[in-house]
Design a protein. Structure first.
Length: 127
């Protein structure tokens, strides 16, 4: 034997420090990815809301005109329109925002919005 006893714990602090650093790095990586996902979700929701409002303003011109404006507004907000349709005077828009993080999870953030004229009194949608 080299003179060390089995109860000698010299060097164990380095192992604990390396383990703590690895755990801290993993927690920071997950935190960054979570923040990126939340940001992408907020961007998708804002783009969907604005695109639906814009499309509703053009609903009298038809679905093509309304959805073209919705796509333009979504693009300006960093999103892509996945679907756009008119239900009467209401515009229904779904947007998608790709996001990149540090982990290999790559699911896009999506959001849906509906916009149209206010429901008149007595309409069941008003309640």
């Amino acid at each position: 034997m080299t003179g060390r006893r089995l109860t000698d714990d010299s060097g164990v602090a380095s192992v604990w420090a390396a383990t703590a650093a690895a755990v801290l790095l993993l927690v920071a990586t997950v935190g960054v990815d979570l923040a990126a996902a939340v940001r992408a979700r907020h961007v998708a929701a804002a783009a969907a809301d604005l695109s639906a409002l814009a499309a509703a303003t053009r609903s009298v011109d038809g679905a093509d005109s309304a959805c073209a404006l919705a796509a333009e507004i979504a693009d300006r907000n960093g999103a892509v329109v996945v679907s756009c349709e008119l239900d009467g005077w209401d515009a229904l828009v779904e947007t998608e925002v790709p996001w990149t993080g540090l982990l290999p999870v790559r699911a896009p953030a999506t959001a849906r919005a509906r916009a149209g004229p206010a429901a008149p009194d007595g309409d069941p949608r008003a309640s």
